[in-house]
Design a protein around this ligand. Structure first.
Ligand SMILES: Cc1cc2nc3c(=O)[nH]c(=O)nc-3n(C[C@H](O)[C@H](O)[C@H](O)COP(=O)(O)O)c2cc1C
Length: 184
């Protein structure tokens, strides 16, 4: 079913809420957005007090080859906002189909999300999760407040990739085993 949504461009801060469609429209828009399947990443950095910071993110997108840029977005009220706005570097870890539990762990409250997770700190504070199928270490170039998210644009300074099947997020769930999905 098609739908007209009046999403106004609004000023940052409290005014942004006024641009939101009514609750029912927002729910339908969220469902429509979820029709787009994405990969899943964990974006990491280190806060000034040396705390390791990381969260599950599916708003990741490659942006430009020349220069090499990528983007992702953080919810404006996230507790990690200042860490990512202060840090000069962050790292995007792309998850394989075997890492759904890790994606869930980095999306829920936990004492220490990194506890027991093999990781390696890179120059500037980004953290590589060793089991990731790819990672991109970035210098932060821009942070843009857009609606209820902050878009971070990073310049890739180092990356690694290996062959594996990706973890897919679709219709608000992880597709861990796409062969069994196909048989349903
Ligand atoms: C598949 C998936 C994708 C997500 N993508 C994003 C995202 O792109 N941006 C964002 O701010 N939060 C995203 N989240 C939510 C954050 O991971 C979550 O709000 C955050 O880890 C909560 O941290 P806290 O409990 O320590 O506050 C996503 C969650 C999941 C499960």
């Amino acid at each position: 079913m098609s739908s007209n949504v009046q999403c106004q461009h609004s000023a940052p801060g409290k005014d942004a809420v006024q641009g939101m469609p009514p609750a029912e429209e927002a729910r339908r828009l969220r469902t429509a957005f979820s029709a787009f399947a994405t990969g899943v990443t964990i974006v990491t950095t280190t806060s000034p007090d040396a705390t390791l910071v990381g969260l599950t993110v599916n708003s990741f997108s490659s942006l430009s080859m020349n220069p090499p840029l990528l983007a992702w977005s953080l919810f404006v009220d996230s507790r990690y906002r200042s860490a990512f706005q202060v840090a000069d570097y962050f790292t995007v870890n792309v998850l394989s189909h075997r890492q759904a539990a890790l994606a869930q762990r980095f999306a829920k409250p936990a004492e220490d999300r990194f506890d027991g997770v093999a990781n390696r700190r890179l120059d500037g504070g980004g953290i590589v999760l060793e089991e990731s199928m790819a990672w991109f270490h970035c210098r932060r170039e821009h942070s843009l407040l857009l609606g209820d998210h902050i878009m971070f644009v990073g310049r890739v300074v180092e990356f690694h990739e290996e062959s594996a099947s990706p973890l897919i997020f679709w219709r608000s769930r992880f597709l861990e085993d796409r062969q069994s999905e196909a048989q349903r």
